[in-house]
Design a protein around this ligand. Structure first.
Ligand code: PMV
Length: 325
């Protein structure tokens, strides 16, 4: 009735941007990510007969409101499978994902919750089963079940049975690194959920986005297999720019970028011109993630840290999938 699991966050190289079913969290495109070892969530779930509702503690503080509701709703999915509808759980999470670093802690959070919750409930789950149920907590989280590179296949079934992540390459396949460049203002003004919805419903660029993803995905997988850093970096950077372009076409238009976001992007291009192989990617927020190879770590960190408006640079290697503690 009790289990503890740990999951790492991930950064998408081919973005998930758009839902075809908001209830089941079914995407309009497949995506691909790199699991990072630097940032993780550890969660213990215990189902207890004497509880009259779920409770949720994050870093030892009781959580209420929207965040609590999402956790309780996710536990409902587990209860639906076990048939024990009145059995509530105590959930305790520790987050080693600094929210300021601009990583969606929801990815590691829901992957850890799904793993600990299903195990505590006594459900036997394959990694694919786990990825499928995790998807319904937070879409990008379904990729964090696996370490290394993972692809979330969008699937085409209306019930989502074929929409889950699969492993593409293990964490040991390739030592590629990510620098999370933390900026002054980290306020996320439009949530990824709201941003996707508005883009799907109103942006004329959305169609172009959807049409271009399958080829990006095919090419980046070839690049990963060959460990071709330039190829992977170029595709990831271009794919990120296309995703962000869709937001400018939305009504009302919006962007996740700040002036410093663009300064960092510009610096990455300059570094490339001077011979340093680096590429950027950006999620639904202003912070920039920079891809680089280990031999350039010191230089990359130095240059990024010196940019005005950058408050921190956090380095990460490739991480492992979900583990049970
Ligand atoms: O799963 P969510 O709702 O946190 O959405 C994630 C969206 C992006 O981070 C922008 C892209 C991605 O694939 O992670």
């Amino acid at each position: 009735m009790k289990a503890t699991a740990r999951a790492h966050t991930n950064i998408a190289l081919i973005k998930y941007w758009g839902k075809r079913n908001e209830q089941l969290i079914l995407p309009t495109n497949s995506s691909l990510s790199l699991t990072l070892n630097g940032f993780h969530t550890t969660t213990t779930v215990e189902f207890q007969e004497d509880l009259t509702e779920d409770n949720f503690f994050l870093n030892d503080e009781s959580v209420k409101g929207e965040q609590y509701d999402r956790v309780a709703k996710f536990l409902d999915l587990i209860r639906l499978r076990t048939g024990k509808e009145g059995l509530y759980a105590s959930v305790r999470s520790t987050n080693e994902v600094p929210t300021a670093a601009g990583f969606a802690s929801s990815a590691s959070g829901f992957a850890a919750l799904a793993a600990a919750g299903t195990k505590a409930a006594g459900l036997e789950m394959s990694s694919q089963d786990l990825s499928r149920i995790t998807r319904q907590g937070s879409g990008s989280a379904c990729r964090s079940i696996y370490g290394g590179f993972a692809e979330w296949r969008m699937g085409d079934r209306p019930d989502g049975a074929d929409s889950h992540a699969i492993p593409v390459a293990s964490a040991e396949h390739w030592d590629i690194r990510v620098a999370a460049v933390v900026l002054n203002d980290t306020m996320k003004k439009v949530s990824s959920r709201a941003g996707m919805k508005r883009t799907v419903e109103t942006s004329p660029f959305f169609r172009g986005w959807i049409e271009s993803v399958p080829n990006d995905l095919k090419e980046i997988k070839a690049g990963i297999a060959m460990k071709d850093f330039e190829k992977v970096g170029q595709i990831a950077e271009a794919n990120c720019l296309k995703m962000h372009a869709t937001t400018l076409g939305a009504n009302p238009p919006f962007t996740y970028w700040l002036d410093t976001t663009m300064t960092v992007m510009q610096k990455v291009r300059e570094m490339r011109k001077s011979g340093l192989p680096v590429y950027f990617t950006i999620d639904a927020g202003p912070n920039v993630k920079v891809l680089y190879l280990p031999e350039y770590e010191e230089k990359v960190k130095q240059i990024l840290s010196d940019i005005e408006g950058v408050t921190d640079v956090r380095l990460s290697k490739v991480g492992q999938g979900v583990t049970y503690l």
